[in-house]
Design a protein around this ligand. Structure first.
Ligand SMILES: CC(=O)N[C@@H]([C@@H](O)[C@H](O)[C@H](O)CO)[C@@H](O)CC(=O)C(=O)O
Length: 317
C-alpha cells in the first residue's frame, strides 16, 4: 500500500528532457538542471517524462534512463520525483512503473492510452489499476489531458470510487480548461485528502479558487519563483496582487506560444542550460520566435532575468 509520506503540493515542474542537436538525450546537464530548479526557482518537486519531457517520444529504455538520472541527481535536493509511466502498451507501462519503484521514485502518473482508446470509465480504470498494481508501494496519480489523448471521460466521473479499485490512488493531475469538471473533482472528494494538481499554468489562479492543492506545469521551470509569489498572495487573500501576477503571465507569455519546442527555447534562454531541440515530429522553435522571446524577457520588469545572455539559445545546441 502506498504510504503518502507527504502530500504532493505546491509547484511541480514538468521537466524538459534536454537533447543534443542530433536528437540524443543530453544527460550531462540534468545535475545542473536540478540545482537550477532548487536554487533559482525554489521548485523541489518534479514530474518527469510527461508531455513537456516528450515522454511518449522516447524509447522505453530512454525513459528508464531519464527517470534514473533525475532520481539520482535529485537525491537529497528534491522533495518528490514523480515519473510519468503512461504508454500505449500496458506491458510497457507496467515495466516503467516497476522500474520507478525500483529506483526510488516518489510516485507514478499515467495518462489514458490514446491510440486504441478506453471508451468507458470502467475500462480506463481497469487499465490504470493494472499499471498501479505493478508498483504497489508508490502513490499513483491519474494524468488527465483529454486534448492530447482524445479520451474525454470526465475526471469527476473517473474519481468516483477510484480508491476502491486503485488503493494507491493519491491524486489527479488535471491538464484541461474545464474548471467545472475540476471543481467537481475537488468538491466530491473532500474527505479523501487527494492531491488536486492543476496543469494549465495560465489558468492556475482560477483553479486555486476551485480548490487546487498544487500545480504541475512547464512554466514552473522558469517562472517558479514568480508563480510562488502568486501562490503566496493568494494564500494571504491578496487577490488583487495574485491577479496581477496571473495577468502578467498571460499578457507576456500566452501570445508567445507554449508548446514543448517553445518551452525548450525559453528555458535555454532563461536558465542558460542548453535544452536543445525537441525530437521529431516536433520542430525546433524558429529564430524569429526566440528573438521575440528574448526581447520580451528583457523588457519585463516583473522578472529579473539579470542573467539573460545573448546567445544562450545557441549554447550547446
Ligand atoms: C499541454 C501541455 O503541455 N500542458 C502543460 C502546461 O504546463 C502548459 O505547457 C502550460 O500551461 C502552457 O500552456 C502541462 O500540463 C503538461 C505537463 O505538466 C507535462 O509536461 O506533463
Amino acid at each position: 500500500m502506498a504510504s503518502p509520506k507527504k502530500k504532493l503540493q505546491g509547484l511541480v515542474a514538468a521537466t524538459i528532457t534536454p537533447m543534443t542537436e542530433n536528437g540524443e538525450i543530453n544527460f550531462s546537464v540534468i545535475g545542473q538542471y536540478v540545482d537550477y530548479l532548487v536554487k533559482e526557482q525554489g521548485v523541489k518537486n518534479i514530474f518527469v517524462n510527461g508531455t513537456t519531457g516528450e515522454g511518449l517520444s522516447l524509447s522505453v529504455s530512454e525513459r528508464r534512463q531519464v527517470a534514473e538520472e533525475w532520481v539520482t541527481k535529485g537525491k537529497d535536493k528534491l522533495d518528490q520525483v514523480v515519473i510519468h509511466v503512461g504508454a500505449l502498451s500496458l506491458k510497457e507501462s507496467q515495466e516503467l512503473a516497476q522500474h520507478a519503484a525500483e529506483i526510488g521514485a516518489d510516485g507514478i502518473a499515467v495518462i489514458a492510452p490514446f491510440f486504441l482508446k478506453p471508451w468507458s470509465k470502467d475500462v480506463l480504470i481497469n487499465f490504470l489499476k493494472e499499471v498501479a498494481a505493478a508498483a504497489p508501494a508508490l502513490p499513483f496519480y491519474y494524468y488527465h489531458i483529454p486534448a492530447l489523448t482524445g479520451v474525454k471521460i470526465r475526471a469527476e466521473e473517473l474519481l468516483d470510487g477510484i480508491q476502491d479499485k486503485i488503493p494507491t490512488f493519491q491524486g489527479l493531475k488535471f491538464s484541461d480548461t474545464d474548471l467545472l469538471d475540476f471543481g467537481q473533482c475537488v468538491d466530491q472528494n473532500r474527505q479523501q485528502q487527494f492531491a488536486f494538481l492543476f496543469g494549465v499554468d495560465e489558468q492556475l489562479l482560477s483553479a486555486l479558487v476551485m480548490g487546487a492543492t498544487g500545480a504541475v506545469g512547464s512554466t514552473y521551470n522558469y517562472l517558479g519563483r514568480k508563480t510562488s509569489q502568486m501562490l503566496e498572495a493568494f494564500e494571504r487573500k491578496d487577490f488583487s496582487l495574485a491577479l496581477n501576477y496571473q495577468s502578467c503571465f498571460l499578457v507576456y507569455f500566452s501570445h508567445l506560444g507554449f508548446g514543448v519546442s517553445q518551452t525548450k527555447a525559453i528555458m535555454t534562454l532563461v536558465s542558460g542550460i542548453p535544452m536543445g531541440p525537441p525530437r521529431l515530429p516536433l520542430q525546433k522553435a524558429s529564430r524569429e520566435f526566440t528573438d521575440s522571446v528574448e526581447a520580451k524577457l528583457k523588457s519585463l520588469d516583473f522578472l529579473s532575468f539579470s542573467d539573460l545572455k545573448d546567445g544562450n539559445l545557441e549554447a550547446g545546441s
